[in-house]
Design a protein around this ligand. Structure first.
Ligand code: PMT
Length: 411
């Protein structure tokens, strides 16, 4: 288990561009700057005009590794935005207002912060801070979903006191959390480069007739979180999916509907994959025969005879190469650990993610998840309630560590 100090070690000697935008919490970015410098990072601060209404550039100049920049048109440096972005190992935006999030999602670059965000290939960590109404506005939710799918890392704000004495969600994450997240992003940057990862996502639809099907509540959020995170970490990813969701440019989406189609696409892609993650909710049974035309209500209640679908995970387990890492999920409403453990051995997987789907904040459709990670060597990890994005990274850490067993430790 790594300590916070081990985690921060990843920042040592790294060039971090700290972008500060205009919110009441801009003063906390001073603490973020100090902590990044203390961790050994080389910090280049950039402030928007709005940020300077809340906090002075001179404060950052005094604490950071180089003077704060505030303009695209700095006389001493004709093109600071490209130089900053090209040389960065990481860009942190803290606080990130709804405005900068919107500009970044839509490719608008009209100041040094937004231009630097577009003129870089370095990983980006965004720490939003705004009033609850803005944080929950569909425009902001959509813009963040777009950024996440492109591989941008987001550290969600906390609940608490906001500007003007209001209380609610939208308060900037604590500086130490932002710096720890920054270190994790740096440690994971490119760590899956060269790996081919196959992920399944969504619930299969087994037709009853041309308009009706047997399905389930899976939204594909968990599967796409894994696919997008793997791509952001450098992997080439195929996601076999029954749903459409925003996908990272390095993710190839194979659309399917039924368990049969998912089996064919997944087994084909798995033949050359380094890792396969079965996050999809695959129907265990399907109607033996689907009607060719819509079943008429007037004909009475139909009798639907079911038959088993192919067990894709079990087939993957049978065909698994020695150098291939196989991850299964077990969606459970009771005895999560015991049930996941029996599926771990029955399906010959390397890692079984026992997913607690009892409560409203975990499992199907929501953005958070509670799971127990059981590995084939008897290892057990229970991260508690975390975002699906965070759980995705924990699962992918296992994939990475299996490829680099000598390094073992988690970032
Ligand atoms: O999509 P979301 O809304 O984000 O929800 C996420 C999730 C709850 C669907 C996901 O986290 C999850 O738990 N997925 C597995 C759901 C499931 O089908 O569990 P299971 O216990 O029935 O199946 C065990 C494993 O076998 C799973 O990896 C499943 O993909 C696989 N399976 C099941 C049946 C089948 N015919 N073939 C399979 O490969």
């Amino acid at each position: 288990m790594s300590t916070p100090d081990d985690t921060l070690a990843a920042l040592r000697g790294r060039r971090v561009v700290l972008c500060v935008t205009g919110g009441i919490s801009a003063y906390k970015a001073v603490e973020v700057c100090r902590r990044l410098v203390d961790a050994g990072a080389h910090v280049a601060p950039v402030l928007t005009d709005d940020a300077q209404r809340f906090v002075g550039a001179v404060t950052f100049s005094a604490l950071a590794s180089e003077p704060a920049r505030t303009s695209l048109f700095d006389a001493a440096e004709p093109i600071p935005h490209t130089r900053l972005g090209q040389q960065a190992d990481l860009i942190v935006v803290a606080p990130a207002t709804a405005k900068v999030i919107g500009k970044y999602a839509h490719g608008i670059s009209d100041d040094l912060v937004s231009a630097t965000l577009l003129a870089t290939r370095a990983p980006v960590l965004v720490a939003p801070a705004m009033h609850t109404e803005m944080w929950e506005h569909p425009a902001v939710v959509d813009n963040l979903a777009t950024l996440r799918a492109r591989g941008v890392h987001v550290i969600d704000p906390e609940e608490g006191r906001l500007a003007g004495g209001d209380i609610g969600a939208g308060r900037l994450a604590a500086p130490e959390r932002i710096v720890e997240a920054a270190a994790r992003v740096v440690a994971r940057d490119g760590d899956l480069t060269g790996l081919r990862v196959v992920v399944t996502a969504g619930g299969t639809r087994e037709p009853i007739d041309p308009v009706r099907y047997i399905g389930n509540r899976s939204s594909g959020k968990m599967g796409f979180a894994i696919a997008n995170a793997a791509a952001a970490r450098g992997a080439d990813v195929v996601v076999v999916a029954t749903v459409r969701r925003p996908a990272h440019p390095r993710v190839r989406v194979e659309p399917v509907d039924t368990a049969e189609q998912m089996a064919a696409a997944t087994l084909a892609a798995a033949a050359t994959a380094d890792a396969v993650v079965m996050a999809a909710a695959v129907a265990d049974f399907r109607p033996k025969a689907a009607a060719d035309t819509k079943i008429k209500k007037a004909d009475g209640v139909p009798e639907i005879v079911l038959e088993p679908t192919p067990d894709i995970l079990a087939l993957l387990g049978e065909r698994k190469r020695a150098d291939q890492y196989l991850v299964g999920f077990a969606a459970e409403t009771d005895d999560v650990r015991a049930n996941a453990a029996s599926k771990l051995s029955a399906k010959r997987v390397d890692l079984m993610v026992g997913n607690d789907v009892r409560s409203g904040d975990s499992g199907f459709e929501v953005d958070t998840n509670r799971a127990v990670l059981l590995d084939a060597h008897g290892g057990v990890d229970e991260p508690g309630l975390v975002t699906k994005v965070a759980l995705a990274d924990l699962i992918l850490d296992r994939v990475r560590d299996a490829r680099r067993p000598h390094e073992g430790a988690h970032a």
